[in-house]
Design a protein around this ligand. Structure first.
Ligand code: TYM
Length: 334
C-alpha cells in the first residue's frame, strides 16, 4: 500500500513560482511513489471576500495549472474541496476539539487579520481547523507544503492526537514535507517577506502565467543588495532569494552557482535567471493554453476526482461519528 500524500492551494490571486517551488514541483515528483490527492481549497478562499465568477473561473484555472505543471490525473486525485461535503462536517466536529488559545497563536491569522481588518470573520479564525479536517479525512501520511503552513500542520497533529486519546486511533498523524530549498520564496521587491499570490503589487511575484517580457522586467526590477557579490548571505536577502530560485529551477546547488557567477555582475545574473524562468514556464503555459481550450475535459476530471475523494472521506467521517456516539445511519438502514 502506497503512503497517502495530500496538499492544496487556496484559489486566491494567481499561482506564483513560490507556489510552484514550495508545493507543485514537489507534488509532481511525489506522485509516482505515493497515493496523492491534490485539492483546490475554495472553502478556504472565501475567508476573504471573493467575486463569485472570478472564484469559479480561478478554480478551473488553478486545476488546469496543476495539470499543466505535470500533475497526472491517472496517478493523482484532483478535486475541488467544496465538492466533498465531509470537509465541512469534520471541520465542525474538530472545532469542538480545538482550543481558542491554539487558534490565537496562529501567525497566519494574525497577519491576515491585520491585512483584512474590515472583515475579520470567524472563518478566518477557524481556518486551521478546516485545514486539519482536509488532511485527517484522508488518513494522510505526508503533507508537502511551504514553510508558512508548518504551524497549521503542527496544530493538525495536536488535534488528531487529542481526538485519538479520547476515542482511540481514528486519525493517522500526518508529517509535513518541507523541502530544504524553495520552501520560502521571498517577494521580489521586499525580500524580507514571502512571495504572496494575493499581493496587490504584481511586481512582487512571478506568476506561472507571466509572459516572457513580463518575467524579464520583473526580474530586472527585483531588489538586490548593496555590493556586487553573488552569494547567499542573510545580510543580502534580495540576491539570496534570486539565487535560491535559480538553484531550485536548475537543480544545481547554490555553491556551484556562486562559483559560476563569481566574476559576473548582478545584471548578467538576472538576465540568465529570467531566461531560466521563461524556459521553465514555457511548456507549462503551452499545456495550460491547450487544456483551457478543453475546459469540459478539466471539469469532467474534477467531477471524477470529487467522486473518488468523497468515497474515501466518507469512510473516515463515518468512523468519527460512530466513535463520538452520533446516531449514524447509513443510507441503506434509513
Ligand atoms: P496557499 O494557497 O497559501 O499556498 C499553497 C502552497 O504554496 C506554498 N507557498 C509557498 N512556498 C514557498 N514560497 C512561497 N513564497 C510560498 N507561498 C505559498 C504554501 O506553503 C502551500 O503549500 N492553507 C493552505 C492551503 C491548504 C492546505 C490544506 C495545504 C488548505 N488545506 C491541506 C495542505 C493540506 C494555504 O493557504 O496555502
Amino acid at each position: 500500500m502506497k503512503k497517502v500524500v495530500l496538499s492544496g492551494v487556496a484559489p486566491t490571486g494567481t499561482l506564483t513560482i513560490g507556489n510552484y517551488l514550495g508545493a507543485l514541483k514537489n507534488w509532481k515528483e511525489m506522485q509516482k511513489d505515493y497515493d496523492c490527492l491534490f485539492m483546490i481549497v475554495d472553502m478556504h478562499a472565501i475567508t476573504v471576500r471573493q467575486d463569485p465568477s472570478s472564484l469559479y473561473n480561478r478554480c478551473i484555472s488553478f486545476a488546469t495549472q496543476y495539470l499543466a505543471c505535470g500533475i497526472d490525473p491517472q496517478e493523482s486525485t484532483i478535486f475541488i474541496q467544496s465538492s466533498v461535503s465531509a470537509h465541512s462536517e469534520l471541520a465542525w466536529i474538530l472545532s469542538c476539539f480545538t482550543h481558542l488559545g491554539e487558534l490565537n497563536r496562529m501567525t497566519q491569522f494574525k497577519s491576515k487579520a491585520k491585512r483584512y481588518s474590515s472583515n475579520i470573520n470567524a472563518g478566518l479564525y477557524t481556518y486551521p481547523v478546516l485545514m486539519a479536517a482536509d488532511i485527517l479525512l484522508y488518513q494522510t501520511d505526508i503533507v508537502p507544503i511551504g514553510e508558512d503552513q508548518k504551524q497549521h500542520l503542527e496544530l493538525t497533529r495536536d488535534i488528531a492526537q487529542r481526538f485519538n486519546n479520547l476515542y482511540g486511533e481514528v486519525f493517522k498523524l500526518p508529517e509535513p514535507y518541507i523541502s530544504q530549498m524553495g520552501a520560502r520564496i521571498m517577494s521580489l521587491l521586499d525580500p524580507t517577506r514571502k512571495m504572496d499570490k494575493s499581493d496587490s503589487n504584481p511586481n512582487n511575484y512571478i506568476a506561472l502565467l507571466d509572459e516572457p517580457d513580463v518575467v524579464r522586467k520583473k526580474i530586472r526590477h527585483a531588489v538586490t543588495d548593496s555590493g556586487s557579490e553573488i552569494r547567499v548571505d542573510e545580510r543580502k536577502p534580495g540576491i539570496s532569494n534570486l539565487l535560491t530560485i535559480y538553484s531550485c529551477l536548475s537543480e544545481q546547488p547554490v555553491s556551484k552557482l556562486e562559483e559560476r557567477f563569481a566574476e559576473k555582475g548582478y545584471a548578467s545574473f538576472k538576465e540568465e535567471l529570467a531566461e531560466l524562468i521563461i524556459q521553465t514556464l514555457k511548456p507549462i503555459q503551452k499545456e495550460y493554453r491547450r487544456l483551457m481550450d478543453n475546459r469540459d475535459y478539466v471539469i469532467d476530471l474534477l467531477q471524477e476526482g470529487a467522486k473518488k475523494a468523497r468515497t474515501r472521506a466518507e469512510r473516515t467521517l463515518r468512523e468519527v461519528k460512530k466513535r463520538i456516539g452520533f446516531l449514524y445511519l447509513t443510507q441503506d438502514q434509513q
